[in-house]
Design a protein. Structure first.
Lengths: 87, 276
């Protein structure tokens, strides 16, 4: 539990202080390791908020948020099929 | 090997909760997106201040890991470049004086412009787009103000928050700007003759398209003769020099590529010129 909390906080802070791709890699690793890592979606929100909603899709300009939501669901499906243990 | 048993009822509840969470989040972002952005921008400044305080003692440490020979070579290259730039600066000063005296003769006065200097909080290497985050907000700048670095126009203010702003660089993918391609000789020509002004005849108006990471592409007809290092200007400010020219035998156009004359990831301070 402690590991989960620390990783979540570190992931959210990484979106502010590291390049976006570092946060993306950490998010993918975290999704494999932890169950229901909602912090990944917050990382997408932070990246969209910091660097501008420049690209719009039907009036919705939180593109990285949408991608992180899709990644969240895809990873949970992959983990189910691989029967990976959750923490 | 132990295989986990699937608990279908719990999984279904968990999935429904996740979907509800996502739907609520999307609705919040749709209707209150600007407020959410404001909160993230508000937190960004202090977090990056803490980061620079924590990181600055280690910055010099990583330099110790570079080899001594590497540092000596870099030092020599920088010294030579410094000498070359000083010489170029001398000719630039004389051109400025000539420009000012011509303006005085024509009784042309520069329009007054207000500028604001700002620190870059997040450079474009951190961003998935060609954008910067700077530390001035709605009290100092407005959307559309032009941003300069080393007297080179690099972009415009795209979003403004309470204490920070987002700058969209001109090299943003598919962003279009009007530029002029000059022949280098036109810069150093003597006073124009009575009939021909070399500055006007040796420049070509074109549209540059951003290709991200500080790069641009211009498509010009094949019969236009251009050279590597021809200077490119935007609104009379130098924005770059031609880096490469690409010919395609199947096309009637040639593609000209140029970059900003510096790495955009190295920008630490910018100047914002307020729009009139």
């Amino acid at each position: 539990m402690i590991k989960r909390v620390i990783f979540g906080i570190f992931l959210i802070i990484s979106a502010f202080i590291f390049p976006w791709w570092v946060s993306a890699i950490l998010a993918v690793i975290g999704l494999f390791y932890f169950e229901n890592l909602y912090e990944v979606i917050f990382v997408g929100i932070i990246i969209d908020s910091l660097y501008g909603g420049i690209i719009e899709f039907f009036g919705f300009d939180f593109i990285f948020t949408a991608m992180s939501i899709i990644l969240f669901f895809i990873m949970s499906k992959i983990k189910q099929n691989l029967l990976i243990g959750n923490k | 090997m132990t295989y986990l048993q699937k608990n279908k009822r719990n999984n279904r509840h968990s999935k429904i909760n996740q979907i509800i969470f996502v739907i609520v989040l999307i609705v919040i972002l749709f209707f209150a997106g600007s407020q959410v952005r404001g909160v993230a921008q508000f937190l960004n400044g202090p977090i990056n201040i803490v980061k620079s305080v924590v990181y600055s003692p280690f910055e010099t440490f990583f330099n110790y890991l570079k080899s001594k020979d590497n540092l000596v070579d870099q030092n020599s290259a920088l010294t030579e470049e410094n000498k070359r730039l000083k010489i170029e600066l001398l000719s630039l000063d004389s051109l400025k004086q000539e420009n000012q005296s011509i303006k005085n003769i024509l009784k042309y006065s520069n329009p007054e412009r207000t500028s604001v200097v700002s620190k870059v909080i997040n450079s474009n290497s951190f961003s998935p787009y060609d954008t910067l985050v700077i530390d001035v907000g709605e009290n100092s700048v407005t959307v559309g103000d032009e941003v300069f670095y080393a007297n080179v126009p690099i972009g415009k203010i795209f979003e403004v928050y309470r204490s920070s702003s987002v700058v969209k660089l001109y090299s943003f993918n598919s962003e279009k700007i009007s530029v002029k391609i000059l022949k280098p000789e036109s810069i150093f020509d003597n006073a124009p003759t009575a009939d021909i002004d070399p500055v006007i005849t040796n420049q070509l108006s074109a549209e540059a398209i951003g290709i991200s990471s500080g790069g641009f592409k211009i498509s010009v007809p094949k019969d236009v003769l251009l050279n590597i290092n021809d200077i490119i200007t935007k609104d009379d400010y130098v924005i770059g020099q031609i880096g490469s020219i690409e010919f395609d035998s199947s096309n009637t156009f040639q593609n000209v590529y140029f970059n900003f004359p510096f790495r955009t990831s190295d920008i630490e301070f910018v100047e914002i010129i307020k729009s009139i």
